[in-house]
Design a protein around this ligand. Structure first.
Ligand SMILES: NC(=O)c1ccc[n+]([C@@H]2O[C@H](COP(=O)([O-])OP(=O)(O)OC[C@H]3O[C@@H](n4cnc5c(N)ncnc54)[C@H](O)[C@@H]3O)[C@@H](O)[C@H]2O)c1
Length: 416
């Protein structure tokens, strides 16, 4: 690892283009820019060596530069083999950040890239993890466990990564305190919901150019992502069917006016299938055999285990690639996530990293304190940009409700 290259990206000549896009993105990411102004002089992340594993996109470039502005040293890989925007990676490499990411990595290259982010050129190892999906966390816990005692914390971005952390916690294999960024309201109820609402149809259209109006679409999973997908498809005039295992989510879908039934019952009627469960084997060989001709199947969940792609590869009469590297709606088929929503997630990542780095003693294994205040801070940092005017509680009203004038405004169990 000592001999590693300074960075590895697809094409450094894209750096200038990447820089222009980063400058544009900064205007769409007011929360991160506010954090730079707020924490840029005190540098709360000084001494932090953050290994990051998150889609190497333009938005993430703004996150990386924010972490550096706050004092951190950063090394980066992408958490998906197809989601890197090569111009973003080149622009970041040009600033001297050790970034190892390009669009279209093989699975072996993907793991190689993550490994390069663990040790700094001076031989010092990472002391913080910023993860999306849990691959970096998993690698350090299994193959590089010698680094675990020096790591102060992990901030995890997504539902699937959080499931993995909970599994590790139950098995007793998790060795580092974590903050679950995904469950911040300003992450899951914004990025997962509104981000996917904005991106799903964009991704499908860029990949296929089909008209969506009038088509029948089945969305498997009516969690935050599924809800966003359903809104998006309905907005284009699709007739939407939901498949769910949880009676609460199934009832929510029904109350929104969606038909709720099983894949088995609906498969022959649908033109489009979207998997958004974080589970496995949602669409398998028996379903493919019953689908309409020209059915469109896509996964917006974190891992492509939701669709049995191996079955298609084994059984397809012919496979024609029309567009390259379309493997996950949104980050791969589309041009990545939309910045305003993505950055509510990034704002939480920054605050989580500061919390774990500066207040380590507060964080025990498996127990993260309420992040309500962080959530409100992230939300508030976006209001000016949208010209939102907040109503202020009067002292008498605050007294009447029994809450502080400046928040938190809701109890921990409030679900938004
Ligand atoms: N593509 C993106 O941009 C993006 C963004 C955020 C999250 N994600 C990923 O999307 C996935 C879903 O995230 P979420 O936040 O909506 O999670 P969630 O837990 O809120 O929702 C998942 C839903 O799927 C249901 N479900 C589970 N197994 C099922 C099955 N076999 N059949 C039908 N329904 C089933 C669950 O009951 C749940 O309601 C995760 O993998 C997450 O990491 C993707």
């Amino acid at each position: 690892m000592a001999q590693k290259p300074k960075y590895k990206v697809a094409d450094m000549s894209l750096a200038e283009f990447g820089r222009k896009e980063i400058e544009l993105a900064e205007h769409e990411m007011p929360g991160l820019m506010k954090m730079r102004r707020q924490y840029g002089t005190t540098k709360p992340l000084k001494g932090a060596r953050i290994a990051g594993c998150l889609h190497m996109t333009i938005q993430t470039a703004v996150l990386i530069e924010t972490l550096r502005e706050l004092g951190a040293e950063v090394q980066w890989s992408s958490c998906n083999i197809f989601s890197t925007q090569d111009h973003a990676a080149a622009a970041i490499a040009k600033t001297g950040v050790a970034v190892y990411a390009w669009k279209g990595e093989t699975d072996e290259e993907y793991m190689w890239c993550i490994e390069q982010t663990l040790v700094w050129p001076d031989g010092k190892p990472l002391n913080m993890i910023l993860d999306d999906g849990g691959d970096l966390t998993g690698l350090v816990h299994t193959k590089f466990s010698q680094f675990l005692p020096g790591i102060r914390g992990i901030s995890e971005e997504t539902t699937t990564g959080v499931h993995n952390l909970n599994k590790m916690l139950k098995q007793g294999t998790l060795k580092v305190p974590c903050i679950n960024v995904n469950d911040s309201v300003t992450k899951s109820k914004f990025d997962n919901l509104y981000g996917c609402r904005e991106s799903l149809c964009d991704g499908i259209k860029r990949a296929t150019d089909v008209m969506l109006a009038g088509k029948v679409a089945l969305v498997a999973g009516y969690g935050d992502v599924g809800k966003g997908c359903c809104m998006s498809l309905r907005g284009f005039g699709c007739r939407v069917i939901v498949a769910e295992i949880d009676p609460i989510n199934a009832l929510q879908a029904a109350m929104e006016g969606y038909e709720v039934t099983t894949m088995e019952a609906a498969v022959e009627r649908c033109n489009l299938f979207i998997t958004a469960t974080g589970c496995m084997s949602i669409i398998s060989g028996k379903d493919f055999m019953r689908m309409k001709e020209d059915a469109i199947v896509c996964n917006i969940g974190h891992f492509d285990t939701e669709i049995d792609v191996a079955w298609i590869n084994e059984n397809a009469a012919e496979k024609i690639q029309i567009k390259p590297q379309v493997r996950r709606a949104r980050t791969c088929a589309g041009d990545g996530s939309f910045r305003f929503c993505d950055e509510t997630a990034s704002g939480n990542q920054v605050l989580a990293q500061i919390e774990l780095w500066c207040n380590q003693k507060k964080y025990n294994l498996g127990k993260s304190p309420v992040l309500e205040r962080l959530d409100e801070e992230v939300a508030e940092s976006h209001l000016d940009a949208l010209d939102v005017k907040l109503t202020k509680l009067t002292p008498a009203q605050a007294d009447y409700l029994g809450i502080p004038i400046d928040g938190p405004y809701k109890p921990e169990i409030y679900r938004y």
